[in-house]
Each structure stands twice: as structure tokens, then as C-alpha cells.
Design a protein around this ligand. Structure first.
Ligand code: ATP
Length: 310
């Protein structure tokens, strides 16, 4: 459900979280970023971002997961709105109200989602009518996952993850997410990955052709068997309780489980709707996770939900 700010004039955009069905990470590049080959999927956990015309920029927060989200100009959604204003030569300002449901610092790209939503919302609010291809360079400058959240669906990400090509999939994937107490910093997880790898030779990251074929044919068992995340060992090393959560989910009937992105959220793939319900109930009852959420993928990227008059 869309949570409206006090003044509901303006534009509301709904934006999903993401899971990395596969995340392959290469050795760090000269600019410090790691090249990745990833298969993103947008899942039905949504934040909403309302933008309302105002005399100055500000951020308002509501919803389930606001702890740790900055309420000043460092918020990625406001930064995205400001960057779009600059790029488009717009002098307007806005209140950016974020209804937060996506876990924070959980490896589900919540901040990136809000930034993508702010771009789409301001694009509409200011009547720019820019296509995704014109918003994408701004998105990519602000964060590697933001371009994907403009697209949604299932997609291959390369470069730092910012180069996105849609991937064909069949069927609906039923995910159960086990949230942890506390988050993990994405740069810290990449640094730990480098530390664990030491001087071993790391190949250029490539997506698995078998996984892409399983996604194309809607083979959920095949997809579950091929879930892969090169950051998993690093996330588990920094957050040792995650191994226990993974074991519990598999014991309770998940077809497969993986650390989501840089963690610490664990994403389990279930055989269908009923199986996902059963798994969520069992995980909740076991007390191994701080919170448990169900979602389906793929779903659409950032999209206008409401346009309201003053
Ligand atoms: P990713 O998977 O893209 O690495 P994440 O899901 O692990 O990201 P986020 O929820 O995006 O993590 O938050 C990472 C940090 O970004 C937060 O700790 C917070 O300080 C900062 N941040 C800035 N803007 C936002 C926002 N709108 N929502 C959440 N966090 C934000």
C-alpha cells in the first residue's frame, strides 16, 4: 500500500527491491570498483517515493524500515532529484517523502531503489518526459544498482552493475527473505572478499549460461541449484550467524538459498506460493531471523503510481 505524506500533491512512484540471482565479482579495477556479472531480479517489496513541489529540498520518512536512513541531503533519493534538476536545467525544488518497506543496508538496494524512484517521480513532476535511456547516465553516476531499478524485470548487469540488458524469463519466482539484525556496509563486504581471496587468481566475471537457460525455461529447481554469490563468503565472514540462517531455510524446505547482494539478508527460493508461505512460517517460528518477508519476482521497475493535484 502507498503511504501518503501529509500533503499529497505531487507524484508518487513505487519501486521494487532487487535480489541478485547470480553475482560474480572480478578483481578490483584501477578505479577501485569491482567488475561484476550479475543477474538481477526485481521483487515485490516496494518503497514509495512522493515528490511534492516546495521552496527548498527536504526529506521525510515513514514506514517500516526508516532506521539508518538519512533524512538530509545525503539521502540518495534527494541527491538523484537534485542531479536531475541540474541536468535538466530545472530550478524547482521538492519535498521527497519516502515510504520505506525495503530493508536498509540489507543487500536489497533500498537506497538505489529510492534514487531510481526519485528520478522517475521528478521526471513526471517537472514534465520532462525523458525516456529511461536519458535517466540512465544520471542513475549510473549515483550508484551501480540504480539503472536496473529503472528497468525492473530480470536483467544481466555488467561493468559495475550499471550496464543493464533485459534477460528472458518464464514463470514467477517465489522468494522468502530472512532479514538480520543490523546491516552490512557494501564497501566492507567487497574489502573482505578481496582479503579472503588474497593473491589467488580471479577470473573475469561471467554469468552462468546454465542459469540463463533455466530462467528462460522457468525451471525453478534448476535456478535454485544455480544461485551463486561471490560475496557470500565475505558476508558470512563479517556476519557469522548467516550460515545458521541459510542452513535453517534449507532444512525448512527452501529449494535454494543465497546471501542477497552484499547481505546480510538471505534470499530463499521456494517451489511455489504455498511452499513460500510454509517456509516463511517455519523461519519466523524458529527465531533465526530478525524478520521474514515474502515476495515474488520478476516485477516492474520504478513506475508512477499516483499523480495528485494540489
Ligand atoms: P546495495 O544492495 O545497493 O549495496 P543495501 O541494500 O545494502 O544496498 P541500502 O539500503 O541502499 O543498502 O543502504 C545503504 C546505506 O545507504 C544506508 O546505510 C544509508 O546510510 C544510505 N542511504 C542513503 N539514502 C538511502 C535511502 N533512501 N534508503 C536507504 N539507505 C540510504
Amino acid at each position: 500500500m502507498t503511504s501518503a505524506p501529509a500533503s499529497a500533491a505531487g507524484v508518487c512512484v513505487r519501486v521494487p527491491a532487487k535480489v541478485n540471482v547470480e553475482l560474480r565479482v572480478g578483481p578490483p579495477r584501477a578505479d577501485g570498483f569491482h567488475p561484476v556479472a550479475t543477474v538481477y531480479q526485481a521483487v515485490s517489496l516496494y518503497d514509495t517515493v512522493w515528490v511534492t513541489p516546495a521552496a527548498d529540498w527536504s526529506v521525510e520518512l515513514s514506514g517500516r524500515t526508516t532506521s539508518g536512513v538519512p533524512a538530509d541531503d545525503s539521502n540518495l533519493a534527494v541527491r538523484a532529484a537534485m542531479e536531475l534538476a541540474k541536468a535538466a536545467g530545472v530550478r524547482e525544488r521538492a519535498v521527497v517523502h519516502i515510504g520505506k518497506e525495503i530493508p536498509v543496508a540489507g543487500g536489497m538496494a533500498g537506497g538505489s531503489a529510492d534514487a531510481a524512484a526519485a528520478l522517475v517521480a521528478c521526471n513526471r513532476l517537472w514534465g520532462l518526459d525523458w525516456g529511461i535511456e536519458r535517466l540512465e547516465p544520471i542513475a549510473a553516476r549515483l550508484g551501480s544498482d540504480i539503472p536496473f531499478l529503472l528497468h525492473g524485470g530480470t536483467a544481466l548487469g555488467s561493468g559495475r552493475g550499471e550496464q543493464v540488458v533485459p534477460a528472458l524469463t518464464r514463470g514467477t519466482y517465489h522468494w522468502v527473505f530472512a532479514l538480520s539484525h543490523g546491516g552490512l556496509s557494501t564497501p566492507a563486504v567487497y574489502a573482505e572478499c578481496d582479503r579472503l581471496r588474497g593473491s589467488s587468481l580471479v577470473p573475469d566475471p561471467q554469468p552462468s549460461p546454465q542459469l540463463l537457460s533455466a530462467l528462460r525455461s522457468g525451471d525453478v529447481v534448476g535456478v535454485a541449484a544455480l544461485l551463486a554469490n561471490d560475496l557470500q563468503a565475505a558476508a558470512v565472514s563479517l556476519h557469522p550467524g548467516l550460515g545458521e540462517v541459510l542452513d535453517a531455510g534449507l532444512r525448512f524446505g527452501a529449494l535454494g538459498g543465497i546471501v542477497s547482494g552484499s547481505g546480510p539478508t538471505i534470499a530463499f527460493l521456494a517451489a511455489g506460493h504455498e511452499a513460500a508461505l510454509d517456509l516463511a512460517v517455519a523461519l519466523t517460528a524458529s527465531g533465526t531471523a530478525a524478520d521474514v518477508r515474502r515476495a515474488v519476482g520478476p516485477t516492474v521497475g520504478a513506475h508512477v503510481d499516483v499523480v495528485a493535484g494540489a
